[in-house]
Design a protein around this ligand. Sequence first.
Ligand code: FES
Length: 117
Amino acid sequence: MSHEERDAPAAARESAAVFKVQFEDGGDAFTVGPDEALLHAAARAGIELPSSCRNGTCRTCMCQLVSGEVGYKIRWPGLLPEEKAAGWILPCIAHAQSDLVLRRDRPRIDWRHQRDQ
Ligand code: FES
């Protein structure tokens, strides 16, 4: 058995992982694999989320992660360190690494005000 053949079952298990994504308000829920962006998985389930660029730059899709873990395949998603620390994510490029709970509404945060204090 070649090295590639030994790794195939592990790769298949990993790609078969499916996570559940639900909204804090108890409404819609959908499933997503680790290689699919949250925005795309939501659309596949018939759930429309705000979006524009779909590449992590415009921030139209920005929403808050209430629980769970996401990762990004791009090195610098368009979020400030403070925003990432506060749980903000970009669903158009975020990949689930666990089951997730998202907050649909975007609270208004004035980072300038916090920076000036
Ligand atoms: S749609 Fe532009 S950052 Fe997500």
